[in-house]
Design a protein around this ligand. Structure first.
Ligand code: BDP
Length: 596
């Protein structure tokens, strides 16, 4: 799906700002009172400043009016949502126009022509934040009978982050030609000597046209080459490199009867990605991933788009000598993906498949009726949908170098292989850039994982010295070394990386001893892990957990959130930042451990 863009043939109007807001029921034929309002985009939870609102589960409504811009007879009006978490029904002047399931991908609603002559549009969105065993992420859903007999809906997250909800990303009103560019697929193929690239640009249109013209522009917007039959060769190609990005633009124009009917400019980078011989190659050079598992999580905004925080985070990432992050545990905003493209940051792109584990530790105590994960959970349909929608949205991004099918599923339980094999294949068949595919492994599954031979890179989340051997780094070191060597021995040709390792830490706590939660312990914990990582040949990267402290639901092991951040939630560095900065600055981005 194309990102909304202002061009010669398309107008764009911003619908962000203050909307009327209400929890519960509303008849969209009536006007929603302006007594309570909500800002778009943001999570509603924290800004409401009310405990019951913060924890509310169910339907909630947003409504606003907008004057209709001029829409020509050959044009159409589209409402475009960056994301509504976790589902949305959209009404215009009281009439239902369409809906979308899934909280992290964009969708469009076409406003029918009979509205174009009206003065104003009343846009009503019925959002809903329920999660259950058919949704991604997976939630444990209950209905609690209150003392007065009323029913309260409750979701206990089957994952370790707060279930923030709302219109999380920008809302736009788009006027575009009825005959328009509906999709652009860009696949660059580098020559063996990396000097030139053949770029295939496939354009989908909403209706037949006489001519599709594709021109490749450089960063100064000079014409590099014009494509013929959707193919263009770029000589002396300027590669997109790690932290040294270069972006070309594919300028697409549609012509009908000699007239320009639509135009759109899609930025793209030229780089190759390949996995072989226990290494991860970008532009045929072995890369070492240094970086973070993250969250979209800031004070006030919750999971709502915060572009300043995004830029600051990537600046901090660069400052530390890192080069990558994982979109744990859901697709991040389109704005973040574009920023990563621009800044040359590698992204491991994850669908919201988290919680596919019946006995997940943070939610222990939930009665699962004795059934195993894959008997109990019916997420197949949602999973296929999120993979298709992520591919549709992110396929052209140079920054995306690997897809994640799921984070920490019960990949050792019966049924896991049957469940995951078709989903892995879905990525393989539909991604024309053939990026590697992975499933992030949980310690409980370990080497009993039934899917490892199906994936390209072994990605494991490990907490030796935290959940395992808590406060005993000597034993933790032995356990970690043993396990990493086992993986390497069992899968000698697969690259191995740790996608999570970390220790909860309170800024300001120090200790003379190995006392968990202190900054001292966090430093020692990471030093131990790094010592072991450096001994493993096939080891291609380390993503600490987490970039910053983040909000979770309440739990005995969560003290106002998860504190494994290297930075506090407010982006203040903990002591370990300097240590890891020293290490990462000394490891080149392109680094072949085998030939070091
Ligand atoms: C893993 C999860 C991550 C958690 C982390 C932790 O992948 O979402 O936040 O561990 O416990 O289970 O801190």
């Amino acid at each position: 799906m194309l990102y909304p863009q202002l061009t010669k043939t398309r107008s764009l109007y911003d619908l962000n700002g203050v909307w009327n807001f209400k929890l519960g029921d509303h008849n969209p034929h009536e006007k929603l009172s302006s007594e309570t309002v909500m800002v778009v985009p943001t999570s509603f939870n924290d800004v409401s400043v009310d405990k019951d609102v913060r924890n509310y589960i169910g339907d909630f409504w947003y409504e606003r009016g907008v004057d209709i811009p001029k829409v020509g007879t050959d044009e159409e009006l589209v409402l475009r949502f960056g994301s509504v978490t976790h589902r949305a029904k959209v009404y215009v002047n009281g009439e239902f126009l369409g809906e979308h399931e899934g909280g992290f991908t964009p969708f469009e609603i076409i406003v029918p022509e009979n509205y174009y002559q009206e003065q104003t549009l009343k846009i009503s969105v019925c959002a809903n934040n329920e999660l259950n065993y058919t949704t991604l992420p997976v939630g444990n859903y209950f209905e609690e009978v209150q003392e007065d007999g009323s029913i309260k809906k409750v979701v206990k997250e089957n994952f370790d982050f707060f279930n923030y909800a709302g219109i999380h990303r920008p809302v736009k009103l788009v006027v575009r030609p009825k005959t328009h560019i509906s999709d652009i697929v860009i696949v660059p193929s580098l020559s063996e000597d990396l000097q030139s690239a053949e770029v295939s640009v496939t354009v989908a249109t909403s209706a037949a046209v006489d001519e599709v013209r594709v021109t490749i522009l450089d960063e100064e917007r000079n014409v590099v080459v014009t494509a013929e039959n959707g193919r263009a060769v770029i000589e002396n190609v300027h590669l997109w490199e790690v932290l040294d990005a270069y972006l070309y633009t594919a300028q697409v124009e549609l012509y009908k009867g000699g007239e320009l009917v639509d135009t759109y400019s899609e930025p793209f980078g030229v780089r190759s990605v390949r996995v072989a011989d226990g290494q991860f190659f970008v532009n045929e050079k072995p890369v070492y991933f240094k970086g973070f598992g993250k969250h979209e999580d800031t004070f006030i905004n919750g999971r709502g788009l915060n572009e300043a925080a995004n830029l600051m985070d990537l600046n901090l990432l660069k400052e530390m000598g890192a080069n990558s992050f994982r979109t744990s545990h859901y697709p991040y905003s389109e704005e973040m993906m574009r920023l990563a493209d621009r800044m040359g940051v590698l992204v491991i792109d994850e669908v919201p498949a988290v919680g596919l584990f019946q006995g997940f530790a943070v939610t222990l105590g939930v009665d699962t009726g004795g059934r195993s994960t894959f008997e109990n959970m019916k997420t197949k349909e949602a999973h296929e949908q999120v993979i298709d929608e992520l591919l549709a949205r992110d396929k052209n991004h140079a920054c995306v170098v690997m897809w994640v099918v799921a984070n920490e599923p019960a990949s050792h339980e019966e049924g896991a292989r049957e469940y995951f094999e078709p989903l892995i294949n879905q990525f393989r068949e539909k991604d024309l850039q053939n990026r590697p595919v992975t499933i992030v492994n949980i310690g409980t599954a370990g080497l009993n994982d039934l899917t490892t031979d199906l994936i390209d890179v072994i990605c494991i989340n490990r907490y030796y010295g935290w959940y395992e051997n808590h406060s005993d780094l000597t034993r933790a070191e032995i356990g970690l070394r043993k396990e990493l060597l086992e993986w390497q021995h069992k899968f000698p040709n697969k690259p191995l990386m740790v996608t999570e390792y970390g220790a909860d830490t309170f800024a300001g706590f120090h200790s003379m001893w190995d006392i968990p939660y202190t900054e001292t312990y966090q430093c020692d914990y990471y030093a131990m892990n790094h010592k072991v990582f450096d001994e493993i040949e096939n080891f291609v990267g380390e993503h600490v957990w987490n970039f910053a402290d983040f909000e979770t639901n309440v739990a005995i092991i969560r003290i106002k959130g998860n504190h494994k951040g290297l930075f506090t939630r407010n982006r203040e560095p903990k002591a370990v930042v300097r240590e890891i900065q020293k290490r990462w600055r000394s490891i080149p981005h392109y680094y072949n451990k085998k030939r070091k």
